[in-house]
Each structure stands twice: as C-alpha cells, then as structure tokens.
Design a protein around this ligand. Structure first.
Ligand code: B1M
Length: 210
C-alpha cells in the first residue's frame, strides 16, 4: 500500500497532520486499527530508530516523529478500546526512573484496555516510591514497567527488590518490557514475565490472570 510508505516518510519527517490524515483515510478504507498501528506507526518508528542510532536523525527530529506518532495513536485509541471485551482486571504501568520514553508504554496501555483491562498509567520517570504509592492506591493485579535505555532498565530490579523487602512481591504479577530487554533479563530481575510487544503483553497478562 502506497499510503503506508507515505506514512513511514511522514513519520520520519515528523508531520503530525499528515499522519492524522493518513490514519483517517486508512480507517475509511476499512483497515483494522491494529493493522494501521503496527504497519504504519510502529514500523515507521522502527525506521526512525535506525537513523537515530546511526546519527542521521537527532533528538529534536525524533521528538517530532514521536509527537506525530502519538497523534496517530490517539485517533486509534478509542477504536482499540471499544471491543466490548469482558472486564479482566487492573494494571498499573509506568516507565522507570530516568527514562522518558513513553510510546511503547502507551501502546501497551491501549492494547490492554482493548482487551478489557483497567489501566492506570502513571507516566514516565517513576521512582520506587511512585510505583509503591500507585500500587497502594489502586490495588491492581498487575504491575507493568517499561524501560527503553540500557542505563535505566536495571531500575526494574530496584523496584522488584523493594517489593520483596516489604513482603509485597507475591501480591502482584510483575510484567516488564522495552526494546533493550529480553527474557533472560526479565528472569534475572525477578519479573513474572518479559513482554516483547503490546500484543504479547495482553496474551501473557490473560494467561497469568487465569
Ligand atoms: Co530514545 N533512545 N533517547 N528517544 N529512542 C532509543 C531507545 C535508542 C535505542 C535509540 C538508538 O540509539 N537506536 C537509544 C537507547 C540506547 C540504549 O540504551 N542502548 C535512545 C537514546 C540513547 C536516547 C537518549 C539518551 C538520546 C540523547 O539524549 N542523546 C534520550 C534519553 C532520554 C531519557 O529517557 N532520559 C532519548 C530521547 C528520545 C526522545 C525524547 C527523542 C524520543 C522519546 C519520545 C517519547 O517516547 N515520548 C526517543 C525515541 C522516540 C526513541 C526511539 C527512536 C523509538 C522508541 C519508540 O517509541 N519505539 C528508540 C529507538 C528504538 O527503540 N529502536 C530510542 C516505538 C515503540 C512502539 O516501541 O518503545 O520498543 P517500544 O515498545 C514496544 C516494546 O518494547 C514493548 O511493547 C511496545 C509496543 O509493542 N514494551 C513493553 C515497551 N514497554 C513495555 C512495557 C510492558 C510491556 C511491553 O510492560 C508490561
């Protein structure tokens, strides 16, 4: 599809209005919201990530791409959430301390809501205290943590160790995710599972809740 290639270019160039328009056009053409999300937005951001890594794109440009992606996501969000799925349980999710990447976390939140979970998103740059406070207040079954930097992912262990010290670890299903993580890391920090992407998170959450 030409429009998908165009979306990749527009996301690369950080063109918010163009992204919004493309999402609407594809919806009008009967595309599934999830397909637009993965093939248009997530794939576009993957391409941005390569040139960011290689020093071809810089922070200000990638910020524009991120904003364009968020604009597209916000059109899709209500559509993904209105599946009428039965209520599944509650999740508190946040990006760890020192880390401001939130697109992946937001996507996980959207998909979990679509699957019937109630999601309390506590945002970015969360300290142990912030996680504990949210757990205390909302009493979810699931705690989700996101990290996109190799320098911030060890903080997940700090949070999980604190839960252990306080005798709270067993009260929650702890799920972790983010591009630099892997299964081994998830096990090493003491999470219940590492989630590769948003769709996998939903599957794992359902399995562990059953
Ligand atoms: Co950043 N950045 N960034 N960045 N950035 C990465 C992560 C990087 C890999 C780019 C690169 O060099 N190739 C690199 C990290 C290198 C490393 O640690 N090894 C990097 C860097 C270095 C930095 C800065 C340090 C750059 C600088 O300032 N010099 C800086 C750090 C800021 C900070 O956090 N303190 C920085 C800043 C930024 C922007 C602000 C410009 C922007 C963020 C905007 C925002 O989020 N609002 C940004 C972006 C956009 C990226 C890339 C290009 C894209 C991330 C993204 O949104 N992907 C990224 C490159 C990459 O990842 N390849 C990069 C799309 C998203 C859908 O995927 O987040 O992986 P992802 O989420 C997936 C899964 O991982 C999983 O499901 C999601 C959906 O399928 N998942 C979970 C994620 N969280 C989960 C939680 C769960 C479950 C699953 O809980 C249960």
């Amino acid at each position: 599809e030409d429009l998908i290639a165009q979306m990749h270019d527009d996301l690369y160039d950080g063109l918010k209005e163009e992204i919004e328009e493309a999402v609407r056009i594809l919806l009008d053409r009967g595309w599934e919201p999830y397909r637009i999300l993965t093939e248009g937005l997530v794939e576009g951001m993957r391409i941005v990530g390569i040139d960011f890594r290689d020093g071809i794109l810089f922070v200000p440009e990638v910020l524009l791409s991120a904003n364009a992606m968020k604009a597209g996501m916000s059109i899709l969000r209500p559509l993904l959430a209105q599946t009428g799925a039965p209520k599944m349980g509650k999740m508190v999710i946040g990006t760890v301390k020192g880390d401001i990447h939130d697109i992946g976390k937001n996507l996980v939140s959207m998909m979990m809501e679509g699957a019937g979970f109630e999601v309390i998103d506590i945002g970015i740059n969360n300290s142990v205290e912030a996680y504990l406070e949210a757990l205390e207040e909302h009493r979810p079954e699931i705690l989700g943590m996101s990290a996109l930097l190799t320098t911030t992912m060890p903080y997940m262990k700090v949070v999980i160790d604190t839960l252990k010290e306080k005798g709270l670890r067993d009260q929650y299903i702890v799920l972790v995710g983010g591009a630099p993580l892997n299964e081994e890391f998830g096990a090493a920090v003491g999470a219940d599972a590492y989630c590769r992407d948003a769709a996998v998170t939903v599957e794992i959450a359902k399995d562990l809740m059953a």
